[in-house]
Ligand binder design. Structure first.
Ligand code: ADP
Ligand code: MG
Length: 253
C-alpha cells in the first residue's frame, strides 16, 4: 500500500541477484536483479519473449537458473531442504498465465485442491467449506461455487484462479499476465480485485504485464526487463517520462 509503507527501512520479501538463464545460444537472462519490498506492488514489463515467465519460473523453482541468487523472505532458496522449501512455497501464491483451472472439477473442488495439498502445514483445524466460500466471496463469485469451469466466462475463470491463489493466504503473490486475453472492462475489474486483495491482506505482489494501464493503476514501482537485465527501475511517473528510447517504447500507445 502506498501510504503506510515504512520507506526508511523497508523489508525485502523477494530478491534476485545476478540471475542467468540460457537455452543453448538463447541467453534469456543475463544478470537480472530484482527486489520486492513488503506490501508493495512491483510491476515488471518486458517485450514478449524477453524472459518474464522464465524469471518467475526460476523464482518459484519450476525452472532451474544457470546461476544467480534467489532469496525469499531472507532465505536463499538454493540452500533450503525440500521440506523448508515447501513451507516457504505455501507463502507464495502464483497466478499463472491463463487461469489453469482443472476442467473436470467444479469451482469448489478447484479451490479445495490447494487446501488439501497444504493441509499439513496450514488450516489444519479450519473449515474447508468456510474457507472456499470466503475466497469466492472475495472475488464476488460465491454463487458460482458448484459450476464447472466450462460454464464460466474468461473473466470469471480468472477470478476463480485468483480465489484459488488467495485461499492459502499467501504473503506474496506472483501474477503472470493477469489481464492478458481479457477485454478492457473485465481487465479493469481484475485489476480492482487485485488492489482489493492487496489492501485486505497486505500482500506483496509481483505483477508481470504488458498492459500499460494496469501498470499505471497498480504499480508502486516498475521494472523494465530489457536485454536480459533489469534495465530500468522506478515509479510509473519516472519511467513514463524518460527520454531513453528503449524505455519510451513501452509507453507509446
Ligand atoms: N523450456 C524452454 N526451452 C527453451 N526455450 C525456452 C523455454 N522456455 C522459454 N524459452 C525461451 O525463453 C525466452 C523467454 O521466454 P518467456 O520467459 O516465456 O518470455 P515472456 O517474457 O514473453 O514471458 C523465449 O525466447 C523462449 O522461447
Ligand atoms: Mg510470459
Amino acid at each position: 500500500m502506498k501510504d503506510n509503507k515504512n520507506i526508511s527501512n523497508p523489508e525485502i520479501v523477494l530478491q534476485i541477484m545476478d540471475l542467468h538463464k540460457s537455452f543453448g545460444d538463447n541467453h534469456v537472462l543475463n544478470g537480472f536483479n530484482m527486489k520486492l519490498y513488503k506490501g508493495e506492488n512491483l510491476v515488471i514489463m518486458g517485450k514478449s519473449g524477453s524472459g518474464k515467465s522464465v524469471m518467475i519460473k526460476c523464482l518459484v523453482g519450476l525452472m532451474q537458473a544457470d546461476s544467480g541468487l534467489i532469496s525469499v523472505m531472507g532465505k536463499d532458496i538454493t540452500t533450503l531442504t525440500q521440506e523448508a522449501l515447501d513451507i516457504l512455497r505455501a507463502d507464495i501464491g502464483f497466478l499463472f498465465q491463463g487461469s489453469a483451472l482443472y476442467d473436470s472439477m467444479t469451482v469448489r473442488e478447484n479451490l479445495e485442491f490447494p487446501l488439501r495439498r497444504h493441509s499439513k502445514k496450514k488450516h489444519k483445524d479450519s473449515n474447508t467449506e468456510a474457507l472456499v466460500l470466503e475466497a469466492l466471496t472475495n472475488v464476488g463469485l460465491a454463487h458460482a461455487i458448484d459450476l464447472m469451469p466450462s460454464e464460466l466466462s474468461g473473466g470469471m475463470k480468472r477470478r476463480v484462479a485468483l480465489a484459488r491463489t488467495l485461499i492459502l493466504q499467501p504473503k506474496i503473490i506472483l501474477y503472470d499476465e493477469p489481464t492478458s486475453g481479457l477485454d478492457p472492462i473485465t481487465a479493469k475489474e481484475i485489476i480492482i480485485l487485485m488492489q482489493d486483495v492487496q489492501k485486505k491482506y497486505n500482500t506483496s505482489s509481483l505483477i508481470i504485464t504488458h498492459d500499460v494501464d494496469c501498470a499505471r493503476v497498480i504499480s508502486d514501482r516498475m521494472l523494465l526487463l530489457i536485454d536480459g537485465i533489469d534495465y530500468a527501475v522506478g515509479t510509473y511517473t519516472a519511467l513514463s517520462t524518460s527520454e531513453d528510447p528503449k524505455i519510451k517504447a513501452f509507453f507509446k500507445h
